[in-house]
Design a protein around this ligand. Structure first.
Ligand code: UDP
Ligand code: MG
Length: 315
């Protein structure tokens, strides 16, 4: 049977959401009348989600379970889903029902019109903290300014990808991933569809500040050299000040001014430049650490259990 739609859902400790997710996805997909599959990627859950996913896969032939050996993170779980998906169109969504399955037919409509990437834009976000909304909004705008590709604003990973796009993404095996950026990078015809982002159905966010920060750093280092160039700008700026200061200080001294005596000025200058240099080193370190991870060439994820499928390329 030729699968038309694959729904890819990364799952990390979402046991309370799985029955409702399955029910609503099923309802929507059945109404479309085309063959579909639901790929649940268990990202090393410890709350019983794993057993739940296994059971769903046994009971419903539409469900395929991919179980990771440990927690690899959201972006990697989605990547595994893309590797295993067989559909002509692949839809990525969260397990917590913040991305309502009822939006899927609207994504498909645009795909049928010929768009290869249909991303869902958050017109409104409900039930999220002020902190999350503000940092997300700032982050989307920062990355829009400094990235080499135009990554749509207020857009998460909820989207539909055509088979052609999925096949390109599957060849991009970078370890530190920012799928929204990668999907923008490939090009093709892309369009946004607005939707109302619902509050979480149950449970708590699985994206603590630490993970958000890591994703933001992956996005920035993966799609921009701007932080590396900052050191150059700062270098020219400081050198410029120094060159202008030398004659100024000489003149001031010769005219008998008391300015710039004492150690305080020296100390401040040393601390300032030391700080700038250490920050620049840290930025270099971020990029070098990522190069190191790529060079090691480890697999992106390790699968404990997955459906038998020659199609997937497990690396
Ligand atoms: N997720 C995952 N691995 C992780 C963290 C999250 O697979 O390490 C999944 C999670 O189960 C959910 C999706 O990624 O399906 C989005 O996570 P969450 O809803 O917690 O993020 P938020 O909506 O709060 O940004
Ligand atoms: Mg969520």
């Amino acid at each position: 049977m030729d699968i038309c739609y694959s729904i890819v859902v990364p799952v990390y400790n979402e046991a309370e959401n799985l029955p409702e997710l399955h029910r609503r996805v099923r309802e929507v997909m059945e109404s479309l009348g085309e063959p579909w599959e639901l790929i649940l990627v268990d990202d090393g859950s410890s709350d019983g989600s794993t057993e739940h996913i296994r059971r769903l896969a046994q009971e419903d032939a539409h469900v395929r379970a991919i179980l990771f050996a440990r927690n690899f993170g959201h972006q990697i779980a989605v990547t595994a889903g893309l590797d295993y998906a067989r559909g002509r169109a692949v839809i990525i969504m969260d397990a917590d029902l913040q991305d309502p399955p009822e939006v899927i037919p609207r994504l498909i409509e645009r795909w049928r019109e010929g768009y290869e990437v249909v991303y869902a834009v958050r017109a409104e976000r409900e039930g999220e903290t002020w902190f999350k909304k503000t940092t997300a909004a700032l982050f989307y705008r920062l990355i829009y300014r400094i990235a080499d590709v135009k990554i749509p604003l207020d857009t998460g990973d909820f989207r539909l990808l055509d088979r052609k796009v999925v096949d390109v993404l599957r060849q991009m095996r970078e370890h530190h991933r920012f799928l929204r950026g990668m999907a923008a990078w490939v090009g093709f015809r892309q369009i946004g569809v607005e939707y109302h982002r619902a509050p979480r159905f149950a449970g708590e966010t699985k994206y603590p500040f630490r993970k958000m920060l890591r994703l933001a750093l992956n996005a920035i280092t993966g799609f921009s050299y701007f932080p590396l160039q900052l050191a150059t700008f700062f270098g020219f700026f400081s050198a410029g000040i120094a060159i202008l200061s030398i004659p100024a200080v000489v003149i001031l001294r010769l005219t008998g001014w008391q300015a710039f005596y004492g150690q305080a000025t020296t100390l401040i200058a040393v601390l300032f430049l030391g700080g700038v240099q250490l920050i620049s080193l840290g930025i270099l370190g971020e990029y070098i650490g990522r190069i190191y991870d790529e060079v090691k060439g480890r697999p992106l994820y390790i699968v404990r259990e997955a459906p038998e499928d020659a199609h997937a390329h497990r690396s």
